[in-house]
Design a protein around this ligand. Structure first.
Ligand SMILES: Cc1cc2nc3c(=O)[nH]c(=O)nc-3n(C[C@H](O)[C@H](O)[C@H](O)COP(=O)(O)OP(=O)(O)OC[C@H]3O[C@@H](n4cnc5c(N)ncnc54)[C@H](O)[C@@H]3O)c2cc1C
Length: 385
C-alpha cells in the first residue's frame, strides 16, 4: 500500500523540496504575525499544486487524488497553515465547481483557480449552524433569473483573500432540515457582499479566515451548482473528499512532530546519555511512529478508493478521525520529549500542537466523524438496517 507510482513519487519529491526550501523558513514567522503568505500561494500555482487531481484542460495537473494527499502531507509536515490554505482552495473552493457546475461555470472559474490567478473559499458554517449545517439561516429567494441572498457565514478559510466562494443558502424556506438548500458561487466585490477578517486564532495562524455577510446580494441563476433545492449534497460530497485531505494534514503534522522529537531525543543528553536511550522516551517515539504509519495507511487507502471511483464516505471519515487524534497525541508527546524547550516558540513542536487541534474540528468535528462511521457500520435504524 505504501508503494507509490513514479508520478506520485515525483510529486512527493517536488513538494518536499519546495516545502523545505520555501515554506519551512517562513512557518514560524507567518504563525507569529498571522500573515497569509500570498507569495507562497503564487509559488504553489507555478508548481502546479493548486488543482492536482483536475484534468489539464481545466488547468489542473491531471494526476490522482492520492498525489494531492501526498502534497498535503508534505506541506503539513513543515507548515500546516500552508497546507490548510491549499485544502480550502482546492478541496472546498474549487472541486465543488468542477463536480457540480455547468460547463460554462467550470470554464468561467476553474482555470483561474487552478492557475492561482484567483483564490477559492467555501462558506458552509454559520454562527448558528456548524455541525448542524442543515440548519443554515442564510436565505436565497429566487426573483426571475436571480437569487437574492441574505445572511452570514463564519470561520471561512481564505475568506479575506478569496475571489470566489462556494456558499450554501436555504432556497426553500418552508423545507425542513437539510432539504431546500441550494449551492452558489459568489464573487468578491458583488454589491451587498462584505468580508471581515476573522478573530485571532489558537493555531493555523498563517492561514486566513473571515466572516462573510450578505445583504440583498444578487446571484445570477447560472451561478447555482446542482439543481435548485438539492445543494446539500454538494456540501456533503465535497466534505467526503475533503476529509481525506484533512486526514493527510493530520498525518503531515504528526510526521513533523515525530521527526522533531526523534532528532531531539538523539541530541539532548541527561544523566550523561541521549534521552532517546531512556525507555520511557523511546516508547513515546515508538508509539508516535506506529500511529503515524497506521494513520498514513488509512488516509492513502481512502484516497485510493476515491481514485477508483468507489464509495469512501466512511473510510474518509475514519481517515480524518484517526489522523486527527494521532496528530494530537504525536504533538503532545513531541512537546514532552522536548521538555521545557517544547514549551517555547523557538522550536516548532508547540506550533504543531496548536495547529493539530484544527484537524479535530474543521470539515466536521471528531464527534461528527464518529456519527458518520457508526451510521455506516450500523446502518440507519429508520431504514431497518
Ligand atoms: C480553523 C478553522 C477553519 C475553518 N474553515 C472553514 C471553512 O473554510 N468553511 C466553513 O464552512 N467552515 C469552516 N470552519 C468551521 C468548522 O467546519 C466548524 O467549526 C465545525 O464544523 C464545528 O461547527 P461549530 O463550530 O458550529 O461547532 P458546534 O456544531 O456548535 O459543535 C460544538 C460541539 O458540539 C458537538 N456536537 C454538535 N453536534 C453534535 C452531535 N449531533 N453529536 C455529538 N456532538 C455534537 C461538536 O462535535 C462540538 O464538540 C473552520 C473552523 C476552524 C476552526
Amino acid at each position: 500500500m505504501l508503494e507509490l507510482s513514479e508520478t506520485q513519487e515525483m510529486i512527493r519529491a517536488t513538494v518536499r523540496e519546495f516545502a523545505e526550501k520555501e515554506v519551512a523558513p517562513k512557518a514560524a514567522e507567518i504563525d507569529r504575525t498571522q500573515r497569509f503568505p500570498v507569495e507562497t500561494f503564487r509559488r504553489m500555482a507555478e508548481l502546479g499544486l493548486l488543482a492536482i487531481p483536475l484534468p489539464e484542460e481545466y488547468g489542473g495537473a491531471g494526476a490522482d487524488y492520492l498525489s494531492y494527499v501526498l502534497a498535503m502531507e508534505e506541506l503539513a509536515r513543515v507548515c500546516a497553515s500552508t497546507a490548510l490554505t491549499l485544502a480550502a482552495h482546492y478541496s472546498l473552493g474549487t472541486w465543488p465547481i468542477y463536480g457540480f457546475g455547468s460547463e460554462a461555470t467550470k470554464r468561467r472559474y476553474i482555470p483561474d483557480l487552478a492557475g492561482g490567478r484567483k483564490i477559492g473559499a467555501y462558506g458552509l458554517t454559520e454562527p448558528n449552524a456548524g455541525s448542524d449545517a442543515g440548519g443554515t439561516r442564510t436565505t436565497a429567494i429566487r426573483k426571475g433569473d436571480r437569487y437574492i441572498l441574505n445572511g452570514s457565514k463564519t470561520f471561512i478559510t481564505n475568506g479575506t483573500y478569496a475571489d470566489s466562494f462556494v456558499v450554501s443558502a436555504k432556497s426553500d424556506p418552508s423545507a425542513q432540515g437539510s432539504r431546500g438548500i441550494s449551492a452558489f458561487v459568489l464573487e468578491k466585490g458583488w454589491k451587498g457582499f462584505t468580508v471581515q477578517k476573522g478573530k485571532e486564532k489558537l493555531g493555523m495562524r498563517g492561514s486566513d479566515w473571515a466572516e462573510l455577510y450578505f445583504q440583498d446580494v444578487e446571484v445570477p441563476v447560472e451561478n447555482r451548482l446542482a439543481p435548485e433545492h438539492q445543494g446539500f449534497q454538494v456540501f456533503m460530497k465535497t466534505l467526503d473528499a475533503g476529509r481525506i485531505s484533512i486526514g493527510a494534514l493530520g498525518v503531515g503534522i504528526a510526521q513533523g512532530a515525530l521527526e522533531a522529537a526523534t532528532a531531539h531525543a538523539r541530541e539532548r543528553k541527561a544523566f550523561g546519555q541521549p534521552i532517546g536511550s531512556f525507555q520511557a522516551v523511546g516508547n513515546m517515539i515508538a508509539d508516535m511512529a506506529t500511529e503515524v504509519r497506521a494513520a498514513r495507511l488509512l488516509v492513502y487507502s481512502a484516497a485510493k478508493l476515491k481514485d477508483e471511483g468507489k464509495p469512501h464516505t466512511a473510510e474518509g471519515a475514519m481517515a480524518k478521525l484517526f489522523s486527527s487524534e494521532v496528530a494530537m497525541r504525536a504533538t503532545h508527546s513531541a512537546i514532552q520529549v522536548y521538555g521545557g524547550y517544547g514549551f517555547v516558540n523557538e522550536y516548532p513542536v508547540e506550533r504543531f500542537y496548536r495547529d493539530a487541534k484544527l484537524c479535530e474540528i474543521g470539515e466536521g468535528t471528531s464527534e461528527i466523524q464518529r456519527i458518520v462511521i457508526a451510521r455506516h457500520v450500523l446502518g440507519r435504524f429508520e431504514e431497518g438496517g
